[in-house]
Design a protein around this ligand. Structure first.
Ligand code: ADP
Ligand code: MG
Length: 617
C-alpha cells in the first residue's frame, strides 16, 4: 500500500529541537518500554478526537469503522508497527505537531540548559509534549503514515532518524488514521516478543478505552471502569478490577467511586481491602494508587495521591489535569496533584464515617485492620483531624470485650456532672481491669476508655479534649473526682503523721505520698504527676531507648482501707515499730509490681515471708 508520491520534502529540525531530541532520547526515560505507552496514548488521543468530531462533522472518512488500535510485530525481522483509525494528521500537523515541539517555553528552556550547562530539569520538560520521540529509545528510524479524517485529505509519509532532519512525502493511503512503524535497535529486540508487548500493554494501557489488538487478538480486557456511571458498575467487575490492580486474592471490603469536576477534575475508583497485608504497619512500599491521565497510566504507585495514613486504600485516580510524561518529582509538586489529594482525603474520610454510621460491623472489621494507621493522621493531617477523631474507636469498661465505642458515644453516656473523659492504657484488657486506679470509677460506674492499641498512647493524649471535655489518664494525680464519701478513717492529725511516715520511709523512691480519693479495695496505688508522661508511654519509650530514667511517681494511700487503719493503730502504740516500715516497703513494692515496674521480686518475696512468719507466730 505504500506507494511513493511525487513530492518529497526534506525538513530540518530547528537547532533547539535537535538539542531537545538529544535530551529526550538520552535522559527523560529510564525505561525504554514506555515508548509503547506513549504511542498507545497518542493513538488513544487520536481516537478520542474522532469520537468528538463525529458529533459535529459529516464529511468523515470511514465514519463507521470500529475505533481501535492494532499492533503488529515480526520477531525475526524485529519490526514493530502500531496503527490507529483516529483523527490522523495533515501535512501541517506533521510539521507543527511532530516536527516541532510547539509548546511554549521549550526554546528558552533548551537555551538555558545549554548556556548554564545545568542538569536536566524534569520540572520543565514535564510541560512539553514530547512523548512521540520516546520511540527513538528503541529505534534509529521511524516512519509515520497518516491521513486526516476529512474525505478530501491526502495521505502522508513522515520519516526521521531523530537527528537533524525529517522528510514528508505524499502517499496513497486509503484509511483514515495513523500507522507508525520501525525496525528495533539491537538493544530493544525484546519489543518484538509477544509476551513482552503483552506485558507492557497490561501494565500501562490495560484500561485504554479502545480495543487494542495484537496480531488481531484483542488484549486489553478491562475497560476504564472509573469512567462509567456508578450505577452501571457490577460487583463482579469491580471485584475483578480490584484483584487486578491490588494483587489481592480476596474481594475488597468496600469501594468508593468518585467523580469531581471544578477547579480540579478527576475520577477515582478506590477500594478498601478486607484484610491488611502482613507486617503492614511497618512496610512502607505497599502499592496504593495507580495514577492515570485520561485512561493512560502515568504512575503505578503514586504516593502523592493520598496521605500516608490512608495508604491502605487501593485503586485508580485519573485526572485530565495531569500531564503525561511526567516524572515523580513533577507530579509531587503539581498543584493539581495536591488538590486531588485533598479532595480524595475528604471523600475517603466521609466514606469511612458513612460505613461507621450505617454498617458498624463492617467498620469494626476495617478498624481492626487499618485503625492503627488511620489514627496516626491525627498527628500528621491537621486539617482532617476533626474528621479522624470521629472515626476513632476504643474498648471501654462499660462495654463487653471486643466491643468498641466512639468518643461521641462515650460522651452521650456521660454522667451529668462528669467533666472529663477518662482513659487508661496498657497492653491487655485483662491486666487493665486489675488496675487499682480503676476502683473508684468502677464503683461509681464512670466509663473509662481502655487503650490497648500501642499507638493509642501516642494519639489520645494529643487530642487534649473532645466536645469540650478534657481527656484524662486515670493514672494522673489531678483527676477531678467527686468529694470523698464517709467511710471510717483515721482522724486528720493521725492521717498526716501516717502519710509523713510513708514519706520518711520511702524517701526519694517517690515524688510524694498523698491520701487517695480514687481507691476503694486497694490500700495503695501509684499515679503520675499531672505533667508527667503517661506511664504506658514511658514504658514504651524505655523499651525503645534503654537509657531513659523512670520519672518518680506519687504513692496514693487509701486511708479507709482496713490495713491502713491497722497501721495507724500500731503507729499510735509505737511509732517506731519495725513492722510499720516493713509494711510500707511491702505496700510500695506491691504497687510497683502491679504497675509492671518492680525491678526484682526477691526482696518482695523475702519480706512477705517474714510478714507471714510474724503473723503466724
Ligand atoms: P503529546 O501527546 O503530549 O501532545 P507527543 O509527542 O506524544 O506529545 O505527540 C505530539 C503530537 O503529535 C500530538 O499532540 C498529536 O497532535 C500528534 N500525534 C502523535 N501521534 C498521533 C497519532 N497517532 N494520531 C494523530 N496525531 C498524533
Ligand atoms: Mg503523547
Amino acid at each position: 500500500m505504500e506507494e511513493k508520491g511525487t513530492k518529497k520534502h526534506e525538513y530540518e529540525y530547528k537547532a533547539e529541537m535537535k538539542q531537545l531530541l538529544d535530551i529526550i532520547i538520552h535522559s527523560l526515560y529510564t525505561h525504554p518500554e514506555v515508548f509503547l505507552r506513549e504511542l498507545i496514548s497518542n493513538a488513544s488521543d487520536a481516537l478520542n478526537k474522532v469520537r468528538f468530531k463525529k458529533l459535529t462533522e459529516e464529511n468523515i472518512l470511514d465514519p463507521d469503522s470500529e475505533l481501535g488500535i492494532k499492533i503488529d510485530f515480526d520477531s525475526e525481522k524485529h519490526t514493530f508497527s502500531i496503527e490507529d483509525n483516529g483523527i490522523g494528521m495533515t501535512e501541517e500537523d506533521l510539521i507543527n505537531n511532530i516536527g516541532t515541539v510547539a509548546k511554549s517555553g521549550t526554546i528558552e528552556f533548551v537555551k538555558k540548559l545549554k548556556e548554564e550547562n545545568k542538569p536536566f530539569d524534569e520540572n520543565l520538560i514535564g510541560k512539553f509534549g514530547v512523548g512521540f520521540y520516546s520511540v527513538f529509545m528503541v529505534t534509529d528510524e521511524v516512519t509515520i503514515e497518516t491521513r486526516y479524517l476529512n474525505k478530501s485529505s491526502k495521505g502522508y509519509s513522515w520519516k526521521s532518524k531523530g537527528e537533524g532532519t525529517y522528510t514528508i512525502e505524499e502517499i496513497d493511503k486509503k484509511e483514515r488514521g495513523t500507522k507508525i512503524f520501525f525496525k528495533l535497535k539491537d538493544s530493544a529486540l525484546e519489543f518484538s516478543e509477544e509476551y513482552r508487548i503483552k506485558e507492557i500493554i497490561n501494565k500501562y494501557s490495560n484500561f485504554v478505552d479502545f480495543p487494542v489488538f495484537l496480531k488481531k487478538e484483542k488484549i486489553n480486557t478491562v475497560s476504564a471502569l472509573w469512567y462509567r456511571k456508578s450505577g452501571d458498575l457490577k460487583d463482579t467487575e469491580l471485584n475483578e478490577f480490584y484483584k487486578f490492580i491490588s494483587d489481592d486474592f480476596e474481594e475488597p471490603l468496600a469501594h468508593l467511586h468518585i467523580s469531581v469536576e471544578g477547579t480540579v477534575n478527576f475520577k477515582a475508583l478506590l477500594f478498601i481491602p478486607k484484610s491488611a497485608p502482613m507486617d503492614f504497619l511497618r512496610t512502607r512500599d505497599v502499592k496504593s494508587i495507580n495514577l492515570y491521565s485520561n485512561k493512560i497510566l502515568i504512575q503505578d504507585d503514586c504516593k502523592e495521591a493520598l496521605p500516608e495514613y490512608l495508604r491502605f486504600v487501593k485503586g485508580v485516580v485519573d485526572s485530565i489535569d495531569l500531564p503525561l510524561n511526567v516524572s515523580r518529582e513533577v507530579t509531587q509538586k503539581s498543584p493539581a496533584m495536591s488538590k486531588i489529594k485533598n479532595a480524595i482525603t475528604a471523600k475517603i474520610l466521609s466514606f469511612l464515617q458513612e460505613i461507621a454510621n450505617n454498617e458498624p460491623q463492617k467498620y469494626k472489621e476495617f478498624y481492626k485492620n487499618f485503625g492503627p494507621l488511620l489514627k496516626t493522621g491525627i498527628n500528621t493531617d491537621f486539617s482532617s483531624r476533626d474528621k479522624i477523631i470521629e472515626l476513632l474507636r476504643f474498648e471501654s469498661t462499660l462495654l463487653k470485650k471486643d466491643e468498641l465505642t466512639s468518643l461521641k458515644e462515650y460522651v452521650s453516656r456521660i454522667k451529668e456532672n462528669q467533666k472529663e473523659i477518662y482513659y487508661v492504657s496498657g497492653e491487655k484488657r485483662e491486666e487493665l481491669e486489675k488496675n487499682p486506679n480503676l476502683e473508684y470509677f468502677r464503683k461509681n460506674s464512670i466509663e473509662v476508655l481502655l487503650l490497648t492499641e500501642p499507638v493509642d498512647i501516642f494519639i489520645v493524649p494529643t487530642l487534649m479534649e473532645y466536645d469540650k471535655k478534657h481527656l484524662k489518664s486515670i493514672e494522673k494525680a489531678d483527676i477531678d473526682l467527686a468529694p470523698e464519701d464517709k467511710i471510717e478513717k483515721p482522724d486528720d492529725n493521725l492521717s498526716k503523721s501516717l502519710i509523713s511516715l510513708f514519706k520518711e520511709t520511702l524517701k526519694d523512691k517517690v515524688e510524694d505520698v498523698v491520701s487517695s480519693k480514687r481507691l476503694v479495695d486497694s490500700a495503695v496505688t501509684l499515679v503520675v504527676g499531672k505533667n508527667a508522661l503517661d506511664p504506658q508511654l514511658e514504658k514504651m519509650m524505655k523499651m525503645m531507648n534503654k537509657g531513659s530514667v523512670d520519672s518518680k511517681k506519687i504513692l496514693e494511700v487509701n486511708l479507709s482501707h482496713p490495713l491502713i487503719r491497722n497501721l495507724s493503730k500500731i503507729y499510735i502504740a509505737d511509732s517506731n515499730s519495725p513492722l510499720l516500715k516493713k509494711c510500707i516497703f511491702q505496700l510500695y513494692d506491691g504497687a510497683l509490681f502491679l504497675d509492671g515496674t518492680l525491678p526484682s521480686s526477691s526482696d518482695f518475696i523475702k519480706r512477705m515471708t517474714e510478714l507471714m512468719e510474724d503473723a503466724t507466730d
